[in-house]
Design a protein around this ligand. Structure first.
Ligand code: ZN
Length: 143
């Protein structure tokens, strides 16, 4: 998976808690992770301290593939002021190969197409690492 360095702080950095610190630390090491319930086996995203299916607190961390298909997207032309420098940008919903659906940002490159393959990109700001997705078609155009 690709990573990108951005020479400024994230416009809206994550608010890290004790419960989410393992997720952000792993993301900084370029691994997308979430929690899996040791009692019922349910895996959810974002990671949680309590299983939303059976309310167990016995959870473990597991790595996710970071690959999937684009379920939906929307181009944002007028966004919150903190994202002003990044306008316009694209938000997306991705169905991961791991069976989870999550929201993220889609990097520009090619015109998004629902149902097409996307791969995670680690975006390292000076103060935090975030994850976006990009079309696998866009990655092929780069080489
Ligand atoms: Zn559970």
């Amino acid at each position: 998976m690709r990573s990108v360095r951005v020479d400024r702080p994230a416009p809206y950095p994550p608010r890290i808690s004790a419960a989410t610190r393992p997720f952000w630390d792993a993301l900084g090491d370029e691994r997308l992770t979430t929690t899996r319930c040791l009692d019922c086996g349910d895996t959810t995203f974002p990671p949680k301290p309590i299983c939303p299916n059976c309310f167990s607190t016995q959870l473990s961390w597991q790595s996710l593939s970071g690959r999937g298909t684009l379920y939906s997207y929307s181009r944002v032309w007028a966004g919150p002021e903190v994202f002003g420098e990044e306008l316009p940008y694209t938000v997306c919903v991705v169905d991961l190969d791991d069976g989870l659906r999550l929201g993220s940002r889609l990097l520009d490159g090619v015109e998004p197409e629902m149902g097409k393959r996307v791969t995670l990109v680690f975006v390292h700001y000076t103060d935090a690492t975030l994850f976006f997705f990009e079309s696998e078609a866009a990655m092929k155009n780069e080489s």
